[in-house]
Design a protein around this ligand. Structure first.
Ligand SMILES: NC(=O)c1ccc[n+]([C@@H]2O[C@H](COP(=O)([O-])OP(=O)(O)OC[C@H]3O[C@@H](n4cnc5c(N)ncnc54)[C@H](O)[C@@H]3O)[C@@H](O)[C@H]2O)c1
Length: 327
């Protein structure tokens, strides 16, 4: 295949680009390098473009024609929930603007029939339990809402002309397949606990009286290498399919915050007594992906375990510390 990977210099995009190139696909990265890094994809051709700018339509359409692109994977987005709450209009401009401009570019010649879109479990909002794709989306922040708007636009586009598309709703992505590809800007549980352990603080647990086996919140952590592979599998599956499908990407297995803290203490060798903090408003007790649809439709299922996620995240953290000096 000949694939344009938007946001390919980012964390998940770079993992996916390397997998695609490894199986012999042509990969063109389209990225403004705002949160991505050229070093992750140093050997790949790069179209440096801000997809949220209207001028990107002509630039991307030209690149699709020049490089004979037949598939696009659209990772490029802003992804910080707190930032989206502070700057909602900018999140819509960036995330909804980018997918709109990308689709306008695809419509110039309609020669690229496949699109895979990075969506998120954030579209489910505060829903809890084991969540399947039939759960009514109800995002509770502008980030999740901007992703749902992207899905809706793709849905309408696939009804208007024969686009084959899939929106993948990732749950909690973690780990790395190589330290150099790691997520450096993440503000989620794994890096936060690693920071606390390294700096000698007690890991904070938001709520220990949830209706879960150990009282802490349960989430579904999926290795980024599995997430990357899901894109290749889904891209192949789209050949011969039309319309737009939505699929969860997770493991179907929950891990509690306390289990995660223990796993990170084991891998780091740093011991600290967790401290219970008040519950955070809006946190569901358990959020786990139902993964039946993607398995049945495409055959994909996650292969890596929690230990792999934790070990690779820790390894990448040490690598970053060595690169930037002592923490
Ligand atoms: N990391 C997660 O846990 C997670 C979970 C669910 C969904 N997602 C989604 O997956 C996608 C990739 O996430 P990531 O973790 O790799 O993030 P990332 O920030 O590492 O990568 C995003 C990439 O997109 C580029 N980009 C951003 N805005 C752009 C624009 N306007 N024009 C061109 N390039 C632009 C950035 O430079 C970066 O390379 C995002 O769409 C995100 O919303 C991520």
């Amino acid at each position: 295949m000949r694939v344009m990977v938007t946001g390919g210099a980012g964390y998940i995009g770079a993992h996916t680009s390397h997998l695609l190139a490894g199986r012999g696909d042509f990969v063109l990265i389209a990225d403004d390098l705002s949160t991505g890094s050229r070093a992750r994809v140093a050997d790949f051709p790069l179209l440096e473009v801000d997809l949220a700018e209207p001028a990107s339509v002509a630039v991307v359409a030209d690149a699709i024609r020049t490089h004979r692109i037949d598939s696009v994977i659209h990772f490029a987005a802003r992804k910080q929930v707190a930032e989206s709450v502070e700057r909602p209009a900018w999140y819509y401009q960036q995330n909804v603007g980018s997918i709109s401009n990308l689709i306008l570019a695809l419509e110039v010649e309609k020669t690229c029939p496949r699109l895979v879109f990075s969506s998120t479990a954030a579209v489910y909002g505060q829903a809890g339990g084991v969540i399947d794709e039939n759960r009514q989306p109800a995002p509770v922040n502008p980030y999740g809402a901007s992703k749902l708007a992207g899905e809706q636009l793709i849905d309408a586009t696939a009804a208007a002309w024969p686009l084959s598309a899939a929106s993948l709703r990732y749950f909690n992505v973690g780990g790395s397949s190589r330290a150099e590809l790691a997520d450096t800007g993440a503000s989620n549980l794994i890096p936060i606990i690693m920071d606390q352990l390294i700096s000698g603080q007690r890991p904070g647990i938001f709520g220990s009286d949830y209706d879960t086996p150990d009282g802490s919140c349960v989430r579904d952590y999926v290795h980024v290498a599995d997430v990357a592979e899901a894109h290749l599998v889904v891209l192949d599956w789209l050949v011969g399919h039309t319309g737009h499908d939505v699929m969860n990407v997770g493991t179907g297995t929950g891990t509690s915050v306390l289990e995660m803290v223990r796993a990170l203490m084991d891998i780091s060798g740093i011991r600290a007594e967790p401290q219970t903090l008040p519950r955070r408003p809006g946190d569901a007790a358990e959020v786990v992906a139902a993964v039946g649809r993607i398995a049945t439709e495409t055959g994909w299922q996650a292969r890596f375990a929690l230990d792999d996620i934790v070990a690779s995240a820790w390894d990448a953290r040490l690598h970053a510390s060595v690169a930037s000096g002592p923490v």
